[in-house]
Each structure stands twice: as C-alpha cells, then as structure tokens.
Design a binder for this molecule. Sequence first.
Ligand SMILES: C[S@@+](CC[C@H](N)C(=O)[O-])C[C@H]1O[C@@H](n2cnc3c(N)ncnc32)[C@H](O)[C@@H]1O
Length: 247
Amino acid sequence: MHIKRKIKEYWDSRSKSYDKSPGHASLPEIWKEVLSNVFDNRMKILDVGCGTGFISLILSELGHDVVGLDISRDMLKVAIEKAKKKGLNVQFKLGDAENLPFKDNSFDAVICRHLIWTLPNPKKAISEFARVSRHKVVIIDGKWMDKSPIARFRRGFGRLLIALYEKRNPFRDFHYRKEINESLPFYGGTNPETIVEIFKEIGLKPYVTDLSWIRDLLRKDLPMVYKIAWGRREYFIVQGVKSSPIH
Ligand SMILES: C[S@@+](CC[C@H](N)C(=O)[O-])C[C@H]1O[C@@H](n2cnc3c(N)ncnc32)[C@H](O)[C@@H]1O
C-alpha cells in the first residue's frame, strides 16, 4: 500500500507536465488508425491507467463508450478537462488496476497503454482485466530500458543534455526512487513474450503486433538530445481474446 501511495504521489506531481513529454500525447492520428484496427465494432471499453486520457479520448472520438480509470486524481483532473474541451462524453473513475471496482464482464474490452511497468503485481492486474472484460484485453507497452552498459551511458548522457536543454531535472521525471523500482517486476519495460505467457495462463488467446515503427516515427522529429537518450526500443501491442466472443 505504501508503494502504491508513493506511485500515486509521483503521478499526481507529473500530471501538469505529462502531456508535454514526447511520446505521451504525440501522433494522435496514427493512434486513431492503430486503435480503429484493434476495435472494429462500437464497444464499451475500459482504459486502465488512463492518465491524462490520451487513449480514452481517441476511443471516444472513434465512437466507443469509454471509461477511464486511474490511481492518480490529478492525472484524472487533466483528462476530465481535456474531455470537456473536446465535448466528449467519457466517464473517469479513481481506482486501482489490481483491484478493479467493476463486476465481472462489465466491459466488451479493456485496454492499457504504458501501465504495466509501473504495477507491483502486473499478473494480478491482467487477471482483473480479463475478469471485467467480456471479449478482449489489449496491452500496449515496451522495453523501455536497455540495461547494457553502453545503453546506460547513452541514457545518462542524453538526460544530462535534456537537463541543460529544457532546464528541468529529467533524472527525477524518468525515475521512481530505487525503493519503488524494486517492487515493480516490469520496471524498465517488458517484452511481448512475457505478456503472451500471462495471457495463455489466464485463458486469453494472444496476438502480438510490433509497434516499434511508432517509436521510430516519434524519434525522427525529436530534438537530438532525446534521440540520444531514447535509443531504439521494442514497442508492441498484445491483444488477448476470450474463447467465447461477444454477441
Ligand atoms: C505512464 S502513465 C500512462 C498514461 C496513459 N495510459 C497514456 O498512455 O498516456 C501511467 C499511468 O498509470 C497510472 N497508474 C499507476 N499505477 C496504477 C494503478 N495501480 N492503478 C491505476 N492506475 C495506475 C498512473 O497514475 C499514470 O497515470
């Protein structure tokens, strides 16, 4: 609980600056296309760890009935404000991904983007997604941190340049404290194979798509300092379908 409180405090403090970081609210049209291929019918979708609502709002624009859930009240405040400005009817709810406040099969689908790396018990959360979804579970994530010495050096050097270039402390923004990191099994990111294994264990039929091209697109337009800090990253979407499809 102590760890979750710390995580929540971190995201509360990140809420105002979150959308400004590259990759967080970038390439909305590309994401619209990706998501329209993932959800074809009009669906009731839960976006877990919705943050400032990037995915929730796109899904709503695509005509889905969307609920966004997050542990951080301040991230949700930003999401609510953005939905209001766009005139979108998205419901936002405070809650924990590992104990979803919904009955079984409440949604047609559950999605999360960039969430599982920051969960103390990602397997429990994915089981929760499967519990509340009638049909599909979708996870978008990546291998955020290459831990090889050369990648560490490049990252450290890149962040130093970001600190000088943007006059902010990227070491604080990019990292939880060590105490938190150690409680997160997927801290630094994960790979699709690990998600596929979990999906199979809980009875979801997995389907993996590579999304590294989105990271490449993002990198292309980034200031050089980010190009140095980022390196090339594995980025993917894993869709898991329950055996009996929705009617
Ligand atoms: C990296 S942000 C991703 C936000 C959004 N999904 C996106 O793609 O832009 C991670 C989000 O997960 C939320 N989060 C962290 N732990 C959570 C938990 N246990 N339950 C629900 N949300 C959580 C954070 O508050 C934060 O908004």
